[in-house]
Write a protein that binds this ligand. Sequence first.
Ligand SMILES: NC(=O)c1ccc[n+]([C@@H]2O[C@H](COP(=O)([O-])OP(=O)(O)OC[C@H]3O[C@@H](n4cnc5c(N)ncnc54)[C@H](O)[C@@H]3O)[C@@H](O)[C@H]2O)c1
Length: 389
Amino acid sequence: MNTDRRIRFGVIGCGLMGRHFAIAAKQWGMLRDFMDGPQIVAACDIVPDNLAWFKSNVETLVETTRDYRALLAREDIDAVYCAVPHNLHAEIYIDTIKAGKHLLAEKPFGIDLPANRRIMATVAEHPQLLVRISSEFPFFPGAQRIAAAVREGRFGTIIEVRSGFLHSSDLDPRRPINWKRKALTNGEYGCMGDLGLHAVHMPFRFGWRPVNVRALLSNIVRERPDEKGVMVPCDTWDNAVLATEVETAGNRFPMLIETKRIAPGETNTWYLTVFGTLYSASFSTKYPRTLWTLAYQSDAEQAWQRTDLGYHSAYPTVADGIFEFGFTDAILQMWAAFIDELIHGASMLQPFRCATPEEAEVSHRLFSAALESQRSGQVVELASMETPV
Ligand SMILES: NC(=O)c1ccc[n+]([C@@H]2O[C@H](COP(=O)([O-])OP(=O)(O)OC[C@H]3O[C@@H](n4cnc5c(N)ncnc54)[C@H](O)[C@@H]3O)[C@@H](O)[C@H]2O)c1
């Protein structure tokens, strides 16, 4: 990779997340002591208004197109960020990789297990390309502190892990249907496909992989109005509660994962709590500055300690030490991690890389096993999802 110039990106899908990426590129100056920022060269969407937004807001743009293949044909694009509905992941991700572009993809990385397997086969055929999946919450300073504590081996024997991602916008039954609320475009996983990789990325990175799952899935709002106000089926799972068992280094412990679109009072709450015999830690984006920790000592009183965190994330910024960290900051840090890995490979400037295809593949086996558990009412072993499709 040529490090003398900025990495040139194409963006496919200029909706909610495509725009967040464009905004993150503008914030690159936040990063201190870091390589040059990305340059968004071309944008693709099938909706003209979304392309108009890119034209107005992205100064480096030289082309907008409705045809993603035209974007992929450009030789001046090194990498692609792709944020499209789940039913398009396999086709567009595979074509992007085959076009020789590095890819920062969106989760769930294929609408279902067979789609994921097709993408994974293409990834395996192109080892020279960097393929990563968007998962920004681990870049919150509190989450980074938990990652550091895991690296330092501070927890002792893990007792239990709780991880989740909660929304409540779907509590409103008048909310119109969109592609995210239809199994055809969002996938049978429903809320697990939408929110699940966020909840499992860090545990999987730590090597905490479930061996089995008992899932409780709920479809609470079964109909929603379409754009004409006519009630139509809303056939995706709203909420998922997964009770899993993790086995690592001879230790078996419970890991409880919840992903919910209907969690009253929660707007974008990502959390991770780890209980260990020596140390416990808990962080939630609900309180973005607050990290709770408990260092256990025999015969000493047990007390949770609250640390008011600064802005310290993976990459130093001009805001270090003061100010609060938020969603757009996490996107910026995640994108920096992708570019850092693109330029420096295994010698990244800091140790936390973006979610990998292998981690996404494990999440697919977990969510597929969860669907099977919901159908059968039984505990399902993840090994039963190993059979190649
Ligand atoms: N990382 C996160 O925090 C996060 C948050 C929300 C969504 N997502 C993921 O991002 C992806 C997109 O979600 P979104 O919320 O941005 O959805 P969105 O509906 O806001 O945007 C999707 C865009 O894709 C466009 N599109 C559809 N077909 C296309 C095609 N053939 N070619 C080019 N563009 C096409 C649509 O017009 C739309 O603008 C999904 O995979 C979703 O799971 C990630």
